[in-house]
Design a protein around this ligand. Sequence first.
Ligand code: FE2
Length: 425
Amino acid sequence: MLDCLVRNANLPDGRKGIDIAIQDGRIVEIAPAIQAEARREIDAANCLATPPFVDSHFHMDATLTYGQPRVNESGTLLEGIALWGELKPHLTVETIKERARKLCHWAIAKGTLAIRSHVDISDSRLLAVQALLEIREEFKKFIDLQLVAFPQDGYLRSPGSVENLTRALDMGVNVVGGIPHFERTMKEGAQSIKLLCELAAERGLPVDMHCDESDDPLSRHVETLAYHTQRLKLQGRVTGSHLSSMHSMDNYYVSKLMPLMKEAELNAVANPLINITLQGRHDTYPKRRGMTRVKELMAMGINVSFGHDCVMDPWYSFGSHDMLEVAHMGLHVAQMTGVTEMKRMFDAVTINGARTLCLEGYGLEPGCFGDVVILQAGDIHEALRLRSVRLYVIRRGQVISQTPPTEARITLGGEELTVDFRHGT
Ligand code: FE2
């Protein structure tokens, strides 16, 4: 007997009325009208079934601190960093865990079962590292949580960061981070990339750096990251996060840069909600959008995924950890509204994210993990348009979250009608 059988699901690739059979935590068959019995059978009723959402870039140590000790009034990245600095001395392992736990619950309810979270190692007490390692363990049955050692105050700029970052890796943090544009000079930024990539190569770890998160058209750290990736043969294991400066760069220079990124097999992560909010703050009009060149990077064949980055923290006051909201913003900012482009936006919060995180066993194929999210939507377009309810979230064949469908009852005179905002599916 199967553990779980999902009936009549539509799939992201356009197939309709498909059954998904899960046994011992893995998908064993995916086909129409499977003849089998299961302990749990779910009728998807032609709703969209997708592999779980993946958040490629998040900050779980700072999340849900909105208003502590105050709100970011200017809305800038730099005031956010200053605000986080004010908050850090008051952090405790327990309060970080409490907030992170709540965020994980939100993520599960929204069908996001893989998250790469940066964790600030600038404070020598490494409380956030300890807290998030414990959260990673606590949630490992439900969420694949990757932690990035992130020197928020600068790797070379902030005393103690070099030692702290190594200690964080020794404690079990599994990705090397960086913030080259925040170092004192372009030269020190480039030096930080060299040292951090060498550290990753020595330890066999992936790299994920905040890289050129600025509106500076002359910032050149993406190029340096691509260079050291190739030099150290780290292809496919290195991610440049944000890359916002690429929005403002000279077009000729970008035409040289993107092939270098492709050669180095860099993953690119954009954070649409945050980029559109934080970048361009020094502009009058026209105001730049600040999101990296998602459409052009994808056309070049570079793996681009999206992150939520922030939920109610010093940098961003909004959000509920909904990756469909991220994709929805991404497609607006990148103006990727065509049919193929919509699919790419959905990929950016699912399969592309899995590639960035190098996840094993991800997808809707026999042999993949039995992880499935069923949405109150018939297809990708509807899921993006409505940021649909996650009716069922299934992990390793077990339902771990259920949400009732959205339905409004309207009364017009004597007539009662039901509205669910779906259209023609
Ligand atoms: Fe970030």
